[in-house]
Design a protein around this ligand. Structure first.
Ligand SMILES: Nc1ncnc2c1ncn2[C@@H]1O[C@H](COP(=O)(O)OP(=O)(O)OP(=O)(O)O)[C@@H](O)[C@H]1O
Length: 263
């Protein structure tokens, strides 16, 4: 948990949790991310938005070590993490949501969490299961399931969960890492309105005492959650500010013309 004394600081000051300077990524000569500067303030919810192909996923992968930048630097609480592996970045307190594709259909939500918690406790993820080792984590696993609304489905194979429930399990798996900075990749993608609203509420809850960065195409979600928004276009920062500021920015409106933003 963040100490409010640390996060607030003197009036006017801002503690930056995650920062990028001059960040670029080239794929065989094509610059998907171009000279991006980004400051995510400790304790805030920060949205990365932009039309299809704007570079959001690439930036997300750079920030979490899944891609190495062509140039530029990334810091976490002032510490340079440029070029580090995802596990090392997670060790610095930055973790991203897993994709549904990383869930095991035949394992239950509780087993997923027990394995993740066991991995955190040391020894890494194991491919064999020691029931006694895993049972040590049952209490915390069940708390996390309760937190994301899956308590009643703890023993159901993940393959039988509905889409929104799988996304909730992803969220619980990131929470298991107890990151200071949590990156969520399109947390409401593909959801109906009811699941979207439930997810907004869940992100609000998990954001208490943490810094959250998320990518989402749904402007209702962005407007409901984000303290600050960075708009990307063709790999560059087009605009930044509060949701109200960027949604009224002419360049942003022009960039989104013709896009379905589910507003
Ligand atoms: N591995 C890769 N090799 C070559 N080009 C890539 C690679 N990954 C992404 N790109 C290109 O980089 C650009 C940015 O892609 P990226 O997926 O980061 O955009 P995005 O904003 O996340 O888009 P979307 O909203 O559609 O997910 C696109 O033109 C894409 O085709």
């Amino acid at each position: 948990m963040n100490d409010p004394q640390d996060t607030v600081g003197p009036p006017g000051s801002r503690t930056v949790a995650l920062s990028a300077r001059g960040l670029s990524k080239e794929f065989r000569g094509f610059r998907a991310v171009k000279d991006v500067d980004l400051d995510v303030v400790e304790g805030e919810v920060h949205a990365l938005v932009g039309p299809n192909g704007a570079g959001k996923t690439t930036l997300f992968n750079l920030l979490t070590g899944y891609l190495k930048p062509t140039s530029g630097t990334i810091t976490v609480h002032g510490k340079d993490i440029t070029g580090k592996e995802p596990e090392q970045i997670a060790h610095e307190g930055v973790a991203r949501s897993f994709q549904i594709t990383s869930l095991f259909d035949n394992l239950t939500p509780r087993e997923h969490l027990e394995l993740a918690l066991q991995g955190m406790a040391g020894g890494g993820m194991r491919f064999w299961r020691s029931d006694s080792l895993l049972r040590r984590h049952r209490g915390r696993a069940d708390e996390l399931l309760e937190h994301v609304g899956l308590a009643g489905l703890a023993e159901r194979p993940a393959g039988e969960l509905a889409y929104g429930q799988k996304r909730a399990l992803e969220m619980a798996l990131v929470l298991a890492l107890d990151p200071q900075v949590m990156l969520l990749d399109e947390p409401t993608a593909g959801m109906g309105r009811e699941d979207v609203d439930r997810t907004i509420e869940l992100v609000r809850q998990v954001a208490a005492g943490r810094t959250v960065v998320f990518v989402d195409h749904n402007m209702h979600v962005v407007g409901s959650l984000a303290d600050h928004v960075t708009v990307l276009m063709s790999g560059e920062v087009l605009a930044r500010g509060t949701y109200e500021q960027v949604r009224n920015d002419e360049r942003v409106v022009a960039a989104y013309l013709g896009e379905d933003t589910h507003a």
